[in-house]
Design a binder for this molecule. Sequence first.
Ligand code: PBG
Length: 340
Amino acid sequence: MEYNRFTAGRSGYPRVRMRRNRSDEWVRRMVSEVRMGPADFIWPVFLREDDQSDSGIAAMPGVKRLTISEMVDAAGRASELGVPAIAVFPYVEAEKKTSDCEEAVSPDNLVCRAVRRLKAEVPDIGIVCDVALDPYNADGHDGLLRDGRILNDESVEMLCRQAIVQTEAGCDIIAPSDMMDGRIGAIRSALDAAGFKDTKICAYAAKYASAFYGPFRDAVGSGSFLGGDKKTYQMDPANSDEALREVALDLAEGADMVMVKPGMPYLDVIYRVKDTFGVPTIAYQVSGEYAMIKGAAANGWLDGEKAMMESLLVFKRAGCDAILSYFAIEAAERLKQDWS
Ligand code: PBG
């Protein structure tokens, strides 16, 4: 619709009263522009080995690292609620972290074992695996570090191998979160060559060097290993034209879906991506966003449930097709109540 002085002058107050359409719950519901349901969520879950104690994640109240069996049960619950997919992240013990990240490409690492169980026991839920070296890296980085620099092409080779072991285990959506150049094309070729032509790739296309990942790094145990920051590969929060270029490249290289991360501070980026490309666009409401809402709610400063639902709905308005969120289960339960 076009707005100008002519249309505004011809049809303004008092003939027009915007509040008419807000008068009652039924009409607000009738004219609402976007809706949200459990099918919009992807649930990120942290894994631990059976013999690791669950120390909890300080900045993520309500989130625990799950053993494989606990995760299988939780995935069953997610599936019952109508949540279509689960994303698995491993807590890797210090002794398995090396600077060549070999554990990342072991077919028996925690993620691969979890994915095999999940595929066998909850076959109707989609499985998303993060492709990046950070949980396995003694240096805490997403790529290989040599002489103070992150190596691009050598890292991409490792990421391809990581994607293959995850897919062999049963992963449905490969989600490279590393921000190396050329990794989408390389992973697509590696998957195709291995006969995995239908495995989907969700590119973390516009991933920013953000302070909002702090609680996640604690959850996967990479934070204390990371010296410095990730600014030589993750994006500058000042940029959004660059995000469009990243998305264009990842799509050209074969990405099936693209992600913007973090979420709420980057709604403008989500909007531009969806508006420009019209492809499946996913937001990652990251650990720090979850922590802010939970923390404020615990202090009685916000209504936690309302803030949760609003924080998710705005992603739909901005143009998202799906949202990765630690609130997925809580929000799906809440939506179920609303409809029953
Ligand atoms: C690792 C990865 C990160 C997140 C997802 N995958 C952290 C990082 O890039 O440092 C963050 C998710 C969150 O904060 O919830 N490549």
